[in-house]
Ligand binder design. Structure first.
Ligand SMILES: NC(=O)c1ccc[n+]([C@@H]2O[C@H](COP(=O)([O-])OP(=O)(O)OC[C@H]3O[C@@H](n4cnc5c(N)ncnc54)[C@H](OP(=O)(O)O)[C@@H]3O)[C@@H](O)[C@H]2O)c1
Length: 394
């Protein structure tokens, strides 16, 4: 056990930065000091003395006394600059920035090796759920058949409100914005990008493959309407936005983010509002379910603290699945059974169903149930969010 007090340089004092500060102050016996906090807005009132703050990132990056940089800002590009500079200067880093990580995974893995530093990011995927360290340590030799879950609290809140209160998507989105649950530009959440960033991070630790975000299909909940919710309710389902990664054969995986019908007997049925859930299907350990808060200052701060603590005993991700090279291929050539609600027959034809097992024509809407190829959905990825129709995996 290392008894040295860790000296932290913190970037960001927003929701998670302040959450971490509280969690750290209440963790008696844990030896860490936040030496400096770098923020952006000079005019913003702060709840602690101004002497703790700086507006110049170099005050942290160039301070030889600071051993650990904790990056918790909301700007992915600047986060990339801060994290890579810190690593190149030989500092260990903890971050929660899934977008920055997912868009630069390959380089960030290489920098850790090149500079002999550690980069930990448990909070980046499902906030308080300790999925990354479990994949690294507990499932390090386990053959995982698949991982899926609810990785985005904002869309889960919207879907929960629509289901419970029969509200319209736009109305709930407005409410979610007022509560600060979604960004000013909600695209990242509602089109499934945020969930995909987390999925790619999880894919690296579960299967060892470095996926570029552009290669993985994501489709969100922008087009969900009352008809879909009513249909789901009548069948005893809820609709959830579910990222999935799983094997198609021994050395190949596929992954995507799509809404999915969840029946009452499934774990994810009870995961509502801002909560997240992850289901791991393992060859021998069978099915395991992780449940916890996917957002919030204190919940996310706990995951960051756990990384800071791991850092104190020189913990590094070993990317064991990457070394094992059990999975070597990625494919989008896989069949999905889907429900597609639509208005215009031309939109339905665009999906090129391989087989249709059920169809319905009503006054307002039509729907079909059948199988499509994921590759076809991927080809339509630019068009699909604007089509007056909604896809749900069965
Ligand atoms: N909120 C969650 O529940 C949650 C969960 C998991 C992961 N995350 C991730 O955690 C990170 C932080 O999220 P958050 O919710 O805490 O964001 P936030 O509440 O919006 O706070 C962002 C902080 O970053 C600071 N900042 C922005 N640009 C900066 C720059 N160029 N230099 C220095 N400081 C800068 C802001 O400074 P000012 O205070 O001066 O404005 C603010 O303190 C994000 O990557 C997010 O994706 C958040």
């Amino acid at each position: 056990m290392n008894n040295k007090k860790i000296r932290i340089g913190l970037f960001g004092y927003g929701c998670v930065g302040q959450g971490l500060h509280d969690v750290l102050n209440n963790s008696k016996g844990f030896k860490a000091d936040i030496i400096k906090i770098c923020v952006k807005d000079r005019a913003k009132p702060r709840r602690i003395d101004m002497s703790h703050f700086t507006f110049d990132k170099n005050d942290i990056l160039n301070d030889p006394e600071i051993d650990l940089v904790v990056e918790l800002i909301d700007d992915a590009e600047e986060a990339y600059n801060i994290v890579t500079t810190a690593m190149k200067k030989g500092k260990n880093v903890v971050t929660a920035n899934k977008r920055m990580l997912s868009c630069n995974l390959k380089e960030l893995v290489e920098l850790q090796q090149e500079y002999g530093v550690s980069l930990l990011y448990e909070a980046s995927a499902c906030a308080s759920i300790p999925i990354i360290r479990n994949l690294e340590e507990y499932y390090d030799n386990e053959l995982l058949n698949s991982l899926r879950g609810i990785f985005n609290g904002s869309t889960n809140y919207i879907l929960t409100e629509m289901y419970n209160n029969g509200a319209d998507f736009d109305e709930v989105l407005r409410k979610a914005r007022e509560k600060g649950f979604v960004e000013t530009d909600p695209t990242l959440d509602i089109d499934g990008w945020d969930a995909k960033y987390k999925l790619n991070i999880i894919t690296l630790h579960a299967y060892g493959l470095l996926m570029d975000p552009g290669e993985v299909f994501n489709y969100g909940i922008r087009q969900v309407n009352r008809f879909d919710i009513k249909y789901a309710r009548e069948k005893g389902y809820k609709i959830k936005l579910v990222p999935y990664v799983g094997k198609t054969d021994d050395n190949t995986i596929t992954s995507y983010v799509l809404p999915r019908f969840i029946s009452r007997d499934k774990y994810l049925y009870g995961v509502d509002n801002e909560y997240n859930g992850v289901i791991a299907e393992a060859a021998f350990a069978d099915r395991q379910f992780f449940y916890g808060k996917g957002a919030g200052g204190h919940a996310t701060g706990c995951a960051v603290l756990s990384d800071i603590s791991a850092n104190s005993y020189n913990y590094k991700y070993e990317y064991k699945k990457r070394e094992q090279r059990v999975v070597t291929r990625y494919t989008r050539n896989t069949e999905l059974e889907i429900y597609f609600r639509y208005r215009d027959d031309n939109d339905m034809k665009k999906l090129r169903f391989n087989e249709i097992t059920e169809s319905f024509v009503g006054k307002e809407y039509k729907y079909v149930i059948g199988t499509v190829n994921l590759e076809r959905l991927y080809d339509l990825r630019e068009e699909l969010p604007d089509i007056n129709g909604f896809i749900v995996v069965i």
